[in-house]
Ligand binder design. Sequence first.
Ligand SMILES: [Fe+2]
Ligand SMILES: [Fe+2]
Length: 236
Amino acid sequence: MSRRRVASREDDVADGLGFLTSYGILVPPAVVGALAALPEYSDEPLLDGRVRITRRITGGTLRHVGHAVRLVLELEEAGMALPAGVSLADLLRCLLYHDLGKRQPELRPGDVVVPSRVFEDGKLHAARSAALLREHGEDGRVVEEMVRYHHHGEGELPEGLARGVRGALRTVQLVDGLSAAVTRRDAAVYVVQDELCSSRVGVEEVHPGTGRVVYHMITTGGGGGEKKKKKQPHPY
Ligand SMILES: [Fe+2]
Ligand SMILES: [Fe+2]
């Protein structure tokens, strides 16, 4: 079993954006500027449901995008499969633009807030981001739908999405969440791979503050290994 740390908070964001260029994706300076102007916040929960802001992360949304790009490339390298109809470039374009329409409040460390009152529903910025795509020459239906629905739950998605979008949204949401954990919570993310069975890849998310560890299984679509099939336990 190998375990490799990926996309740490110290990683240079410029690298993440540089990868986009190397995949032939145009990164307009106006988009970089708009993302860099959006702060993100770290917070700690209080017992009454409110949170205390502990840190203002300048250029936070740009960092978040840089981390997300690095993560998706690492997962792809580990063998993660994308659904037919969605390319890696589509996924990278989606990550670049997904939070462009975000509006963040101005908060300071020490502020105590009710998150649902100060941060708007993610579906609103998702719709704004999707509407902004055309301004930057991105008119593909797949990317537009992935951006528009990146905060929708699986049961809330409309019928008739472009081929592959429903499946690819799971990857977008996983990477979005992992990147937020790296950017805002100093989480460490590891790709865990079973050398005996190449189709078994996972992502482990370790939160140093709380000691919480979350494990996500990744489907690679790989051929799998030669491991002997275990006898299945009786279902009841
Ligand atoms: Fe978002
Ligand atoms: Fe995001």
